[in-house]
Write a new protein. Sequence first.
Lengths: 248, 671
Amino acid sequence: MNLTLKIWRQKDAQSKGKIVEYPISGIEGDMSFLEMLDVLNEELITKGEEPVVFDHDCREGICGACSLQINGEPHGPDRLITTCQLHMRKFNDGDTIFIEPFRAKAFPVVKDLMIDRSSFDRIQQAGGFISVNTSGNTIDANAIPIRKEDADEAMDAATCIGCGACVAACKNASAMLFTSAKVSQFSLLPQGQVEATERVMAMVNQMDEEGFGNCTNTGACEIECPKGISLENIARMNREYMKASLKG
Amino acid sequence: MSILDSKIPEGPLADKWTKHKNTINLVNPANKRNIDVIVVGTGLAGGSAAATLAELGYNVKTFCYSDSPRRAHSIAAQGGINAAKNYQGDGDSNYRLFYDTVKGGDYRSREANVYRLAEVSGNIIDQCVAQGVPFAREYGGLLDNRSFGGVLVSRTFYAKGQTGQQLLLGAYSAMNRQINRGKIQAFNRHEMLDLVKVDGKARGIIARNLVTGEIERHSAHAVVLASGGYGNVFFLSTNAMGSNVMAAWRAHRRGAFFANPCYTQIHPTCIPVSGDHQSKLTLMSESLRNDGRIWVPKRKEDVEAIRAGKLKPTQLSEEERDYYLERRYPAFGNLVPRDVASRAAKERCDEGFGVNKTGEAVYLDFAAAIQRYGKEKALTSGIHNPTAEQILEFGEKVIEEKYGNLFQMYEKIVDENPYKTPMMIYPAVHYTMGGLWVDYNLQTTVPGCYAAGEANFSDHGANRLGASALMQGLADGYFVLPYTIGDYLSHDIRTGKIPTDTPEFDQAEKDVKDRIEKLMGGSGEHSVDYYHKKLGKIMWNKCGMSRNEKGLKEAIDEIAALREDFWKNVKVPGAANSMNPELEKAGRVADFLELGELFAKDALDRNESCGGHFREESVEQDGEQKGEALRDDKNFKYVSAWEYKGEPKDAVLHKEDLVFENIELKTRSYK
């Protein structure tokens, strides 16, 4: 197929960016979206131009590096996948495709389509852990039975890949789904109870400090999340936050 | 006597590690505050080592090329992690895990290292559960297990099909706690470009800030390399796009011996290549072989009809299918080790039984498992006479619970529904057992330079068993290296901070800058990918699943010629002093072009078949094992450790003889 790509180009964090148009041909349905960009970049390099910079690594939907706002949707038109798993068979010959970086104040552009998501790391650093040292002397793994349902629910929350699609999808650029996924994982497990109060306070405070917006329950994050992280996690985090606030 | 000293402690196998820990030197907590450690790579091995070292009190600096440690490729490991917990009461023990691993590695690993791995495996599970890793559980609330290839017990712990992700996020959370305390400084989007030695000891690295292009000097009292494997030398592999050998190779050039480079794991269950545009290959977890049956049609005309789209695989009856693993290896069936399963698939496809348009695919079929689970689930749901539809519905649901994310991944890539039609799979490069040579303490031949995880060579011999990579990465990082490195650092308590304004750092920085300039100054004829793909083709065709003398010799010449061409004609656009992904790739491919040649040289030297290394000249001639790989213990019972001497062709081979005191060397049979 032949396509028209309209891609955000921006030299670095300080420069102003703009949309640049690139025609591309010979694209096959079996190609992934990023392989289509590889083809474009190979052409640009041959012409002596600078290739389009974008984050990517595992190309199997688990590392969370790839992003891209494709025709206005994080990770493009398909559901429950990342951009690297999106295949060109979802597009038609003659389509025009807009490709932009995820937009949020807390995700400044590094170059072209690459963004800085270190704000996510700092939220995790504020409290996204259980304070247990490595010793080899912790209790036996089976010493505390955990209900299968709770373990499964914790696992569902823990599958967040930290890509930032939830933020990009949200009109407020809120990071509530991301933050609540971690808070939920730990609040559903007995190991996470001990530090529950400090954790939720610290993570929510950091989230606010990074400049993410508030949650107004539109649910766009849940729809665009490539891992299907549920809105219930936000409700759970709100409860945890309320409990923690009351404890003071 | 070899110049390689593996420093294996004396005494009975089961006591070695405990005795060693009791006798090595420790650093007191006050002194640890004055000691710096650099950790390159933040996957399972690097992340766990960094967190543990920081907990102990050392000042840690971590480096990774990603924007966050959470993105390291350990995250993509799917199936599980082994541990000798014997929760299933099926006869597992440290010894059995040790035995399975040595046998699975085709008797080419070090007994003492592997036993230690088995010994700490249980602690890993305890530690991860304490960290909040949500492993799969049974209805009684206890941890669930599954089976992996090459073993007869269920010892694999898992978190759906995302075990690597959950373990990595556990290590990442442990790191985050230390970053929060100021004990770890994380340098993300940074790449190590050289190792700096002072008075023969590793004392720092030169790194490039990938955002600004700045070249930076970082000093430390010791350097830990946990930078992963080199499977991307094949261009197409299940590795991440950025996975590379640079850190290990730079250390090799500075004196660290490189061990067994030819030991590569070709994983049997990956999604087949679809075309020339392919940028990477996707693994379908080995856990699928618990329930999937592998087959090709018995008759060539059925193969032709399937390829032409005139026949569907589901239309073939049981009698018309060749379940070749069950046929050839009745004892282990579909759960033979990876190297055996891969070669068997290649054999069928080479004979013309491949089921897709490229002729390089076999079926992995879940129909039988869906029936089995469906009937069981119907019974436990109180339905004693279920209809065929009910069985199917129940069965598919069970399969979805177990492997849902893998099935979804497959469907998105191939555009076929694997619940309804068998998956197509083919072997692909997955893991490299070779790596930097290390002694029992995980120290390389450069004092103060350590290697952990896939970056070292130590535990898997010539073939790694499934679910053992995660185990080894975390064993090294949580439980081995933090102890053994203390013994070395105990001599550094009075050293003080290592200065970076010294001639050694000056020289290393200059070398790095000269190399970048050279990469940027090519004639500009071909892109980096052009060379990488060419290298990958040579490697796959001549150093892949089956190797012979002629092909290996050709590969050596072809790679050397390609490398020369690369340095003359590569085209790297953009500037060196800003973000430049093409420049990053160029540096990595330059190193692959050296490693690839050493790889072929090592494969040529090892004129035996063992594990993932299959030499066509060395096969069983008759008897029950006819046609199977033939190991040659008399001549090749050694680790090959290569010393850098300039060009790869000049590399010098050192041999570490492997001593087996606790296991009898046997022909590996899975029949």
